[in-house]
Write a protein that binds this ligand. Structure first.
Ligand SMILES: Nc1nc2c(ncn2[C@@H]2O[C@H](COP(=O)(O)OP(=O)(O)O)[C@@H](O)[C@H]2O)c(=O)[nH]1
Ligand SMILES: [Mg+2]
Length: 461
């Protein structure tokens, strides 16, 4: 699975592995290789472009962790971006509050629908459910037989309508009656197998739509053959526009798929991939986990967790360093500025606050105006290193110079300096309180930092 892509991505990452650091030159070269690898794997052009742009941005903005190599760090960044492209969080099937849970399965002919229905029945049986299969592919007798044969192997009953041995060609009726049958026989899941055509056509779409309207399924799943690359993506798009399904099943991921469909579908149709089918055998079905798939593609699971650990360590060291500074009253404007920079990279002031021992998750529900910080940053930027380290030397002349340099008024500089002093005091007090196990009032500290009212926003001027 994805062997070609895996090899090429590894190759691209190799080129930064020997280098001491990630810089613009080697990142640009690596990004070109990565983009080429993705396009080669038949990934949608737009998706590939966005992917490399995101990786590049993350790579150049990242703190350099001394304990890992640039190659390792870039692997982690790639992993995170692959995970995002594949859908981020795993999404499963939501069960109906009142059984049965009805699952409608649609897709082109040969995509793997019937096989998937049987696999899904097996999957649910293993979880202790009692699924019923509905044979709504009524146009070929062989289709009903195929479903029955597969269902036998997984010990699940099939609902079909025959009249004198002849199959009744009414897909909607089969689906509808199957739901009633499930209610009468205490089956808690109904899986509806439908007919497909070689190509998208009106009659097929209409039929699926009719079934959907009549039985109102809890889930409509779209099965797509991963080996068909960008065609799969186009079909997925057309089906989605017509029947607005809830999730995608990637079938035949075991074949020599280049990976293009898997990596493009989520972005193009914005529906989660819920299962991957990886073989003709009925146990070859796996719930789809974007992060696991990303690790498989990169073939570097160890590296990913290694870098994660290094990152945590780095954060811990930073936190310790910061705490020590607060304790020894060495926390100066430069530290404050560095923290603001860090926050911007991490995207949240909450991270900084979370570093103060004992504060942790207390701030998770605080609404913070991050805009106010740009303003503060500009002022600190206009200070000399000496002024940052010793705010007490900030006399009138210096304050006027800083105000001019940062495009602010002297009173803004004054305000920042006094807020900073107050904040320092509060941080110390809070540290003392938390070390005694007392509760602290975070929102008043936030006031000290931003000069605003609690977590409310203060509009930047
Ligand atoms: N290698 C492989 N073959 C599959 C997979 N799923 C289905 N098939 C095969 O693809 C063919 C079509 O599958 P079927 O379930 O009948 O597709 P349907 O027409 O959509 O119902 C059959 O030969 C299946 O054995 C899979 O995940 N991997
Ligand atoms: Mg079929």
């Amino acid at each position: 699975m994805f062997e070609g892509l895996s090899q090429k991505l590894e190759g691209a990452l190799q080129s930064v592995t020997g280098q001491g650091r990630i810089d613009e030159v080697n990142v640009a070269e690596t990004m070109r290789e990565i983009r080429r690898a993705l396009l080669n794997a038949d990934v949608n052009y737009q998706v590939a472009k966005e992917f490399t742009a995101n990786v590049k941005e993350a790579a150049t903005g990242e703190d350099v962790l001394t304990s890992v190599t640039p190659g390792e760090q870039l692997t982690k960044i790639m992993h995170d971006e692959l995970t995002r492209v594949l859908g981020g969080e795993h999404e499963g099937i939501e069960m109906a509050e009142t059984p049965p849970t009805v699952i409608l399965v649609a897709g082109l002919q040969g995509s793997g629908k019937t096989t998937f229905c049987a696999k899904l029945a097996r999957h649910f049986r293993k979880e202790g459910h009692a699924p019923l299969l509905a044979a709504s592919d009524v146009y070929r007798p062989a289709a009903v037989d195929q479903l029955k044969t597969l269902a036998d192997q997984v010990n699940a009953p099939v609902y079909s309508i025959e009249d004198d041995g002849e199959i009744v060609e009414d897909a909607v009726r089969v689906a509808n009656e199957a739901v009633t049958e499930a209610q009468n026989t205490a089956r808690d899941i109904v899986i509806i197998d439908t007919a497909g055509r070689m190509h998208i056509d009106e009659a097929m779409m209409q039929e699926v739509e009719d079934i959907k309207t009549t039985v109102a399924p809890n889930e409509t799943l779209f099965v797509v053959d991963s080996m068909t690359g960008q065609d799969a993506v186009n079909t997925a798009k057309e089906f989605n526009e017509r029947i607005d399904y809830d999730g995608v099943v990637l079938s035949k991921l075991d074949g020599d798929t280049r990976g293009g469909a898997a990596l493009s579908i989520r972005t193009v149709v914005n529906k989660p991939i819920k299962f991957a089918s990886t073989g003709e055998k009925l146990d070859a079905l796996t719930p789809f986990y974007p992060d696991r798939m990303a690790q498989r593609i990169l073939g570097m699971g160890d590296v990913v967790s290694f870098v994660e650990r290094a990152q945590e360590q780095y954060d811990e060291q930073e936190a310790e360093r910061l705490q020590e500074k607060i304790r020894s009253e060495e926390f100066d404007l430069q530290d404050f500025y560095d923290q603001l920079q860090r926050i911007q990279k991490m995207g949240s002031i909450k991270e900084l606050m979370g570093m103060i021992p004992g504060v942790g998750n207390k701030i998770s529900d605080l609404d913070i105006d991050e805009e106010a910080f740009t303003h503060i940053e500009a002022i600190i930027q206009s200070m000399t290193p000496e002024e940052r380290a010793h705010p007490d030397i900030l006399n009138g002349t210096r304050r006027r110079r800083i105000a001019r340099g940062s495009g602010n008024e002297v009173r803004d500089v004054n305000q920042l300096v006094s807020q900073f002093e107050e904040m320092k005091d509060m941080m110390k007090t809070m540290q003392k309180m938390t070390s005694k196990g007392q509760d602290v009032d975070i929102s008043s500290l936030m006031d000290k930092i931003t000069g605003g009212g609690g977590g409310q926003s203060r509009s930047p001027r």
